[in-house]
Design a protein around this ligand. Structure first.
Ligand SMILES: [Zn+2]
Length: 272
């Protein structure tokens, strides 16, 4: 774990923690946090943007926030993770702000939480969405054309991208390779989350869907959007509004993350 994190941590993360440099004790706390996987939890919508609203007036933004906070509390109690929320109350956070957060910090994974809706009231179940190849290649090409834009990357990649002696083709190749790796991570984590979801919620498929969404298209962070059920389905909405079911959903995502990170990163290091 240390090896992995040494490669990936970045001092910019320090902006997460205001006044942290005040004394030696706090410096130790920063070190402790940097040894954890940083998970950005993004409860969808908020403030003037309610998201989907069903015929009973239940708003998507309220459920996403509750699940997000529950997930944060579970991750916080684990010594593997340091969770951060894009919002922890009913405030409006623009897509730009959500993306800027990823742009400026090292985040191990973005988990965006949403609730689905459909005109067809019988439609139900959870799904996971990850970015399309086309969108990501477009994002990479745009970045390569204008590398003055600051985006956090691990040091080795940062050095290569900023070095004028390397041509655009090499830089694009490196970022494409990194994206391929992120996509594998996204598909693998999806599998782990689906393993948990299938115990508690209907699934039409156990592979992720692909979409060109702004929140999923940061070129430096593996990301996924989880639709936790349909607010427009009678029996699912009845469950989604309860604390008990929100706990189950949060716990399923937490167990998926925990098992994935343990199996993928910790066992790899034990093998070497
Ligand atoms: Zn939504």
């Amino acid at each position: 774990m240390k090896l992995f994190l040494k490669k990936t941590i970045h001092k910019k993360i320090i902006i997460f923690f205001k006044n942290i440099k005040k004394n030696q004790k706090n410096k130790k706390n920063v070190k402790k946090i940097l040894k954890k996987f940083i998970i950005l939890i993004d409860p969808g919508h908020g403030g003037q943007d309610p998201g989907a609203v069903n015929s009973l007036g239940l708003q998507e933004k309220k459920i996403t926030l509750k699940i997000g906070i529950k997930l944060k509390n579970l991750l916080k109690n684990s010594n593997l993770f340091y969770p951060v929320l894009t919002r922890n109350d009913d405030s409006y956070v623009s897509l730009k702000k959500r993306r800027d957060f990823l742009k400026n910090n090292h985040v191990s994974f973005l988990i965006s939480i949403h609730v689905d809706s459909s005109k067809k009231k019988y439609v139900s179940g959870a799904s996971i969405w990850i970015t399309t190849n086309e969108r990501m290649h477009r994002e990479i090409n745009n970045f390569i054309k204008d590398t003055k834009e600051h985006i956090y990357f691990p040091k080795n990649i940062q050095n290569l991208i900023q070095n004028k002696k390397y041509d655009l083709f090499l830089k694009k190749t490196i970022l494409d390779l990194q994206f391929n790796n992120f996509q594998k991570m996204e598909i693998n984590l999806s599998n782990y989350v689906f393993q948990q979801f299938k115990k508690i919620i209907k699934l039409d498929k156990i592979t992720p869907n692909y979409a060109s969404l702004g929140i999923l298209s940061s070129i430096n962070t593996p990301s996924m959007l989880i639709e936790t059920g349909f607010i427009t389905n009678f029996s699912e909405e009845k469950k989604l509004r309860t604390d008990e079911y929100q706990n189950k959903i949060a716990n399923a995502i937490y167990m998926g993350l925990k098992n994935y990170f343990q199996d993928t990163f910790l066992s790899n290091l034990r093998d070497t």
